[in-house]
Design a protein around this ligand. Structure first.
Ligand SMILES: CC(=O)NC[C@@H]1CCN(c2c(Cl)cnc3[nH]c(-c4cn(C)nc4C)nc23)C1
Length: 285
């Protein structure tokens, strides 16, 4: 795309707004075309009154700083932003094939090859985030989009906008949270690793492993890591192994890993976690 000089002041008149893509508590997302370059983007609007009401200035600023600074093929780009009297506009990369969630619901579950491809992309993106000391903490299928080539894009760093494809189970779900998150303990990079295991399970079986009627049952199942594999669809031992290794308690895992060869040379948590992620990526092929 045409590279805008960073001091370019964008405004609504630079864009032609298309159909709405999603809406949520804080605002809406539209397809838009930048008039000069004809470049298609996703324009996310957040109402200033909502920011006041929910007191989320700092979170919004942090999310924008993070997403602007991250450059990775599997992370949705935030190209820039602008505001008018009542709204803030985020100029985001447009993912042409929409939400991975819809593909998953349409097909029921993914093939191992497809699941491995997405898990490897996710792992590389998260390892990149961890190297930049960013923990996403909110990886779930509705935050995963697909570009025109079907390549996975992690969207929405902490800024949930419900898309038009209404999801009934996901909003506020515990399903993807690691034990220390559901216990609201201090957590580190390992929580994103845990989520990879949950997503791998969901890609292969079509539903997350700890799904339950009530949130408190899900909470209990997560804390007990009460994970079992249905007999169908048929899933390889390697894939089950990967899921078990990644969800057998993050802390425990990182220690177990540290005893292995490439753990020994690493001294701090971030590095070990990055290697761990690449290790997962290697395993998931
Ligand atoms: C993570 C997140 O915020 N997801 C929901 C928001 C609504 C659409 N958002 C998009 C964002 Cl932020 C970027 N690209 C998108 N592409 C789509 C989309 C494309 N199709 C064919 N259908 C859809 C839907 N949506 C987006 C984000």
């Amino acid at each position: 795309e045409q590279r805008k000089s960073p001091e370019k002041q964008w405004s609504l008149k630079d864009f032609e707004i298309g159909k709405p893509l999603g809406k949520g508590k804080f605002g809406r997302v539209y397809v838009a075309r930048e008039l000069q370059s004809k470049y298609i983007v996703a324009l996310k609007l957040i109402f200033k009154e909502q920011i006041e009401k929910y007191k989320i200035h700092h979170q919004l600023r942090r999310e924008m700083e993070i997403q602007t600074s991250l450059r990775h093929p599997n992370i949705l780009r935030l190209y820039g932003w602008f505001h008018d009297d009542e709204r803030i506009f985020l100029i985001l990369e447009y993912a042409h094939r929409g939400e991975l969630y819809r593909l998953l619901r349409k097909n029921g579950h993914l093939s191992e090859k497809q699941a491995a491809t997405y898990i490897a992309s996710l792992t590389n993106a998260l390892a990149y985030c961890h190297e930049k000391h960013v923990i996403h903490r909110d990886i779930k299928p509705e935050n995963l989009l697909l570009d025109h080539e079907g390549r996975l894009k992690i969207a929405d760093f902490g800024w949930s906008v419900q898309s038009r494809s209404k999801r009934h189970t996901m909003c506020g779900t515990l399903d993807y949270l690691a034990p220390e998150m559901v216990e609201n303990k201090a957590h580190d990079y390992a929580v994103d690793n845990w989520t990879l295991g949950i997503l791998c399970y969901e890609f292969l079986y079509g539903a997350p492993p700890f799904e339950a009627e009530t949130q408190s049952d899900t909470f209990k199942r997560i804390m007990r890591v009460d994970l079992s594999f249905p007999s169908t669809p048929t899933v390889s031992e390697d894939a089950k192994n990967l899921i078990l290794r990644v969800t057998s308690g993050p802390g425990l895992h990182t220690k177990a890993l540290a005893s292995e060869d490439f753990g020994a040379s690493l001294d701090n948590q971030e590095c070990r976690s990055c290697w761990y992620m690449r290790y997962i990526a290697f395993l998931s092929f």
